[in-house]
Design a protein around this ligand. Structure first.
Ligand SMILES: *Cc1c(COP(=O)(O)O)cnc(C)c1O
Length: 360
């Protein structure tokens, strides 16, 4: 068996050690005689998995006591509706930053439920940047402020956490959660689909300050009220049990690797090496302004787009796969989440050098 380096934006690579453990435990989880997939979510075996998964995430992210952790389904895309349904019963307006494709979707969905005020947009500049602290005016009466710390498609990251004052800050962290330490206390709600940096698709993690649990719109479906899930420890209905188990294995793996501070150093180094290979070539280009460059998703174009297909074919034949950029940006995109080893990034850089020598 040989594992490839998969630069997919999501679902993305998982640590090999995690997959190996899941394989070993597939038929018989720790002497229970059954797979985690077959367990009752209310049985003592799965309850112990759920408890440890949450506890390890709390340790990793240093989540304060006044925050709840919810394990949901529906993807980050459901959160685009769930956030306004839960936070705008009193104040019917919210501030949104528009820094890329995912922000736009969040804006469109929220606009169905409340008045959305776009406080900063990178659209005219083709989503190649994010605002500095203070480069925008926030409404102190807004129900919340929403932003996307890392735009997965454009490879654009906020250089600083927006200062929302007393207004709750809501972040779609799907493609940046766990990439480095973050100060959870700055946020009202953090949400993330799991399939980038947490685990398999099908699990959505929500971290929410407890005062934001009360007061969803009455008309919201029970499944779309945070309080429903908080009151039932994410077991109002059947949670994505196998996804939670795998996420738990990823959390254990991260803790063993030294936690998020250690991951942050590795991720910064991986990104710096790749961007410097791009910048030091006359052949590859990244369009994003330097201070807003993503550590996780690195888009780049070739000097001659006519070579894109050859580049992708040759990369694939060397075990470097899923490098095709999103259709809205073109070119290539290398997603280098936690599970992408440094050697994978080095292999990509070597391949890029060789390709430039042959074709540049
Ligand atoms: C992938 C992604 C989404 C969509 O996630 P789903 O879980 O597929 O709904 C939303 N926001 C960001 C930033 C993403 O990277």
């Amino acid at each position: 068996m040989s594992r490839i380096y998969n630069f997919s934006p999501g679902p993305a690579m998982l640590p090999e050690a995690v997959l190996t453990q899941a394989k070993e435990e597939m038929l018989d989880w720790q002497g229970s005689g059954m797979s985690v997939m077959e367990m009752s979510h209310r049985g003592k075996e799965f309850m112990s998995i759920a408890t440890k998964t949450e506890a390890d995430l709390r340790t990793l992210m240093a989540i304060p006591e006044n925050y709840r952790v919810l394990f949901l389904q529906g993807g980050a895309s459901s959160q685009f509706a769930m956030v306004p349904l839960n936070l705008t019963a009193q104040h019917d307006k919210a501030d949104y930053f528009n820094t890329g494709a995912w922000s736009k979707k969040a804006v469109a969905e929220a606009s169905r439920y409340c008045k959305v005020n776009v406080v900063w947009s990178g659209e005219e500049a083709k989503f190649t940047g994010a605002p500095d602290a203070g480069g925008y005016q926030l409404d102190p009466e807004a129900a919340y402020v929403h932003y996307t710390p890392n735009e997965t498609i454009g490879g654009v990251e906020f250089p600083a956490i927006p200062d929302s004052g007393d207004v709750p800050l809501v972040a779609d962290m799907s493609s940046t959660i766990l990439s480095r330490p973050i100060d959870v206390s700055r946020y009202g709600i953090i949400y993330a689909g799991a399939q980038k940096n947490i685990g398999p698709a099908g699990l959505t993690v929500v971290i929410i300050r407890d005062e934001l649990l009360s007061g969803p719109r009455d008309s919201a479906p029970a499944m779309f009220k945070y309080c429903t899930h908080a009151e039932n420890d994410s077991m109002y209905n059947t949670p994505p049990t196998y996804g939670m188990y795998l996420a738990g294995l990823v959390f254990e793996w991260l803790l063993k690797k030294g936690g998020l501070a250690a991951m942050g150093e590795i991720n910064e180094r991986k990104a710096a090496r790749l961007y410097s290979a791009i910048d030091n070539s006359g052949f590859y280009q990244n369009p994003v302004e330097i201070r807003s460059r993503s550590w996780m998703n690195v888009p780049f174009t070739l000097a001659d787009p006519g070579l894109d297909t050859v580049f992708l074919e040759q990369a694939t034949s060397q075990g470097l796969v899923t490098l095709k950029g999103h259709r809205s940006v073109g070119g290539m995109r290398a997603s280098i989440y936690n599970a992408m080893p440094e050697e994978g990034v080095d292999s990509l850089i070597n391949f890029m050098h060789e390709f430039e020598k042959a074709h540049g």
